[in-house]
Design a protein around this ligand. Structure first.
Ligand SMILES: Nc1nc2c(ncn2[C@@H]2O[C@H](COP(=O)(O)OP(=O)(O)OP(=O)(O)O)[C@@H](O)[C@H]2O)c(=O)[nH]1
Ligand SMILES: [Ca+2]
Length: 913
């Protein structure tokens, strides 16, 4: 390993080398005396470099050295001080053609060009940073930043130059990279191979980039087109991606690691990567790509080393390569390729933008718009994607049509998009005509020319939820300049006082846990009407489900038919007869108990097909009118009834299907109106974004017996119940932040999950309960919910009661130590002394979760078991939640009075029934 390193990484080797004279060693050298046969052609001349004549730029003004921005760095040319005699490879190379002479001549060209450049333009001073000053300390040991090998110098020289003719020169000249490439060669054969390849043009290099001083662009914006041409030399094309293929040796290994060039995307195997990428002065680029801008989608990977790198190189080497990748000028975001409100950015503007308290995320070259007043930020032609710090001096005035809105409604001079219109609507902003709103960074909205705030954009939870659903940005708390936060705080307090009696319950659970059933149950229980919209959605869902259930039955029909046919064949084989009879029976076969009329047959295959292709949503409810008569015909059909009778044999058919199928004809009609029970049983996502909320008041009832101290004059408790689906909480549950004002989290699990499994695409089975456990852990440890009360709802108790005898709880590995000693006496449901197996099991599950909760939070988890489909059960669970909250309030007051509160602990009553 070290030998490889030494060969390819001069900096790394020198740092290990005791010989400190070596530190400035460079890889070019004088040629040895020629002793071969006389030459018939002219010998190329070597133009010597006068080191004293090489100009150095002055130190840049401090303001420019901000963060690691795209400041082109001028690298001085290294002094030749190679005493180690480590030139053998180059000498060998010389003997295959007089390359060194040409290379050194190149250097002569560079230096004189550079000189004339700095004299002529005089721009380097004050703009560029002297390499000595920035890297002065590290240059002695660094292979990339200082002056180490010849290649670095040449690249960075060209990288900091502005001169177009120079680029021409570069194209014409043989590249200096030949030189450093020799350092990676291990044998003469390989070296010769490479040289030959080059000579034949196989490895011809793309032109070296010229990197312009970026700060020049703002002073002369007319030049910007020209600039762009200069800034973005033709990039090497992207290499076609062939899975597992190494771009160099063309060996294919499907699962082997590959290192990818950040410019052309070529992938290399571990055998080839060092040969292909050399010393990586600009990070992971293959040699022809050095000096070229990175492939922008790769920007996110800059500086993130790969497994392969770490395996092959020392830590120090990897670190150096990664820091070069991040900091070398050509890899920086080119400010002039970022347009904000039609204006290409200057470097100062880019600095402003990136260093503000809430900068745009994932900034890439491209065209953006920015609403300075509100901080809205987006890609040109698109709705906003982020709210960044307001009032930054970036870009021109915003254009009305910049986000491609066609709503005739303006916000801060920009015609907004439809999605934003919905946002205004959700925020409670109503208007007539074609209004022009002014919305400031804190979301307060005024009509143009008026001074009163008509609404606050982010005040209503619906507005925030809508943003989530429509992928509109939400304000970041950092976006508000100091001072405004405290104003908001005060308003919040006022609002809180106003709604002080309102408790917020957050109901979360994994898919199929029954959160939606509990939510609907609560609506029915506490007389919160479903809106017309909700009803319509649920009706559509029920009708769609009906067709899905029917299609499952029809699939079952195929199965039943096959079974019958097999049966028949077996019976016929048992008693052989003349072939004529056989044919007859075949005929009968066709018309067995499950055959349909032609009409129904067609309908059947059509329905199965659209279900299979997932087009059900597209067709229903639109086609309801058309197909309703067919459902009726089907229902009346004898064959269909025969299938329906055997529906319990079809595992795919959900339980609730019976409830709806029994009334298939009624439900399929246009004028069907779902009853409350229908709504409750309807299965499926009821709101598009998985978030639903309702306000209700929990009436006081005489059964409220958990606390003796109940005040009979107290008003009903007003609550808000918010249901979110785990799926809509996003990666790492980041959307939980939106629910930071919840008072109680109701975490709902299904008690059937211990025996249910998920299968991922690789066919790996995972127990659903263990998945739920992971979600539980993530949620209870989420910082947003750090001091909230948690109530675990063990739902679907009815199902547990049915299945626990056949399917032991220990099927789930977490529950392996469930070992109940059961009484021999028959179970008496009214007795607490002799609980059923299901009760014991659910108690056990509750304790498991309590322990887990305690181990992670050091606090107490409340647990209640429930059956979502039963109104009483849900009522009881929610009232229990209320007790926890009131007990919590009580505890605060009691503890203020220095009193013990243990006797109020309602958790002991969790299993009293
Ligand atoms: N037997 C029984 N079934 C239940 C119970 N709770 C819910 N279900 C059924 O379980 C299925 C899943 O319940 P949902 O309420 O839809 O669960 P969810 O996945 O959290 O919510 P959605 O995303 O809206 O579907 C539905 O078919 C419910 O009818 C229960 O306590 N007992
Ligand atoms: Ca569901």
């Amino acid at each position: 390993m070290t030998s490889v390193l030494r060969n390819f990484w001069p900096g790394a080797s020198s740092s290990k080398n005791d010989d400190h004279d070596d530190e400035y060693s460079v890889e070019y050298s004088f040629a040895v005396e020629y002793s071969g046969p006389p030459l018939s052609h002219e010998i190329p001349q070597v133009v010597p470099v006068d080191v004293r004549r090489i100009p150095t730029a002055a130190v840049a003004a401090n303001a420019v050295i901000i963060r690691n921005l795209a400041i082109p760095v001028l690298q001085p040319i290294g002094r030749k001080s190679d005493k180690s005699g480590n030139n053998s490879s180059i000498e060998r190379k010389l003997s295959t053609g007089s390359r060194v002479g040409e290379s050194v001549r190149d250097r002569g060209v560079y230096s004189s060009k550079l000189e004339s450049f700095s004299e002529k333009e005089g721009v380097l001073e004050g703009r560029s940073v002297d390499a000595h000053n920035v890297f002065g300390e590290s240059s002695s040991s660094s292979g990339t930043m200082g002056f180490s090998d010849g290649r670095d110098d040449s690249n960075q020289l060209s990288g900091s130059s502005d001169c177009e003719e120079m680029e021409e020169e570069n194209k014409a000249n043989v590249s200096n990279d030949d030189l450093s490439e020799t350092t990676t060669c291990n044998s003469i054969e390989e070296l010769e191979e490479e040289c030959e390849a080059e000579a034949s043009g196989a490895a011809s290099r793309a032109p070296v980039v010229t990197f312009r001083d970026l700060s020049l662009t703002d002073s002369a914006s007319e030049e910007s087109d020209q600039d762009e041409a200069a800034m973005s030399p033709e990039r090497p094309g992207l290499v076609e991606d062939v899975k597992g293929l190494c771009h160099r040796c063309c060996r294919k290994e499907r699962f082997a690691d590959r290192e990818v060039c950040i410019v052309c995307n070529a992938k290399y195997c571990s055998r080839c990567v060092l040969r292909a990428m050399g010393s990586m002065p600009e990070g992971r680029k293959c040699n022809p790509c050095i000096g070229h801008r990175i492939h922008e989608p790769k920007r996110g990977t800059l500086g993130k080393s790969s497994r392969m790198m770490k395996k092959m190189l020392t830590r120090d080497a990897v670190k150096k390569i990664m820091s070069a990748e991040l900091s070398c000028p050509v890899n920086q975001l080119p400010p002039h390729l970022i347009y904000v409100n039609d204006k290409p950015l200057s470097i100062e503007e880019l600095v402003t933008l990136q260093s503000c308290s809430n900068p745009p995320k994932k900034l890439r070259p491209g065209r953006y718009w920015y609403d300075k007043v509100s901080g809205f930020w987006g890609k040109e032609g698109e709705p906003p994607c982020q709210i960044i710090s307001p009032l930054l001096q970036t870009g021109y005035q915003i254009r009305r049509d910049v986000s491609n809105g066609a709503t005739n409604v303006l916000i801060n001079g920009r015609e907004i998009t439809n999605r934003e219109l919905w946002l205004l609507w959700a925020a409670g902003i109503r208007y007539e005509g074609e209004p022009h709103f002014w919305i400031s960074a804190d979301g307060s909205c005024k009509l143009e020319g008026m001074n009163n705030v008509i609404a606050k954009l982010w005040e209503k939870k619906q507005a925030k939820m809508l943003c989530m659903a429509l992928s509109l940005p939400l304000p970041s708390s950092r976006a508000n300049p100091a001072g405004e936060d405290s104003v908001r705080e005060r308003e919040n307090v006022a609002m809180r006082i106003e709604r002080s009696m309102m408790y917020k319950l957050l109901l979360v659970g994994c898919d199929q846990s029954g959160t939606s059933t509990i939510f609907k149950q609560a609506k029915i229980l506490y007389n919160v009407p479903f809106s017309e919209d909700e009803k319509q959605n649920i009706k559509n869902m029920i009708q769609r489900n009906l067709y899905r259930y029917i299609s499952i039955l029809l699939e079952g029909r195929e199965h039943f038919r096959e079974e019958d046919a097999m049966d028949l064949r077996r019976r016929r084989a048992d008693k052989p007869g003349p072939s004529v009879v056989k044919e007859e029976s075949d005929h009968v076969d066709e018309k067995n108990a499950y055959s349909f009329s032609r009409n129904l047959e067609n309908f059947s295959s059509w329905l199965q097909q659209i279900t299979m292709t997932g087009n059900l949503e597209a067709i229903f409810p639109a086609a309801t009118r058309e197909y309703s008569p067919l459902v009726e015909e089907l229902w009346k059909d004898k064959a269909f009834q025969a299938i329906y009778k055997r529906r319990n044999e079809l595992p795919m058919l959900p339980r609730v299907a019976n409830y709806f199928l029994d009334r298939a004809v009624e439900i399929s009609r246009m004028d069907y109106e779902p009853s409350e029970l229908d709504i409750l049983y309807a299965d499926g996502v009821t709101s598009s974004n998985g978030v639903a909320s309702m306000e209700f008041s929990l009436p006081k009832s005489s059964q409220d017996g958990y606390m003796e101290t109940l005040d009979h004059n107290e008003p009903p408790l007003s609550c808000e119940l918010i249901r979110v689906h785990a799926n809509s909480l996003g990666v790492n549950c980041k959307w939980l932040e939106m629910f930071e004002d919840s008072d109680l989290v109701l975490f709902c699990i299904s008690l059937t999950e211990y025996a249910e499994y998920h299968e991922d695409i690789n066919g790996t089975r995972s127990n659903k309960l263990l998945e739920t456990k992971r979600l539980f852990e993530r949620i209870i440890t989420h910082p947003t919910l750090a001091d909230k009360q948690f109530l675990l709802i063990l739902n679907k108790f009815d199902l547990l009661d049915e299945m626990i005898y056949e399917t032991p709880l220990s099927q789930c590995e977490w529950f392996q130590d469930f070992n109940p000693v059961m009484s021999k006496h028959p179970h008496n449901p009214n007795s607490n002394n002799n609980p059923s197996l299901a009760q014991r099991a659910s108690h056990y599950v509750g304790v498991k979760f309590k322990r887990l909760f305690y181990s992670l939070t050091g606090r107490k988890l409340f647990v209640v078991q429930a059956t979502g489909l039963e109104a009483d059960s849900v009522d009881k669970a929610l009232r229990y939640g209320k007790e926890i909250l009131k007990w919590e309030d009580e505890r605060h007051t009691v503890s203020m009075n220095q009193d013990s509160s243990e006797s109020f602990d309602p958790s002991s009553s969790a299993y009293t029934s």
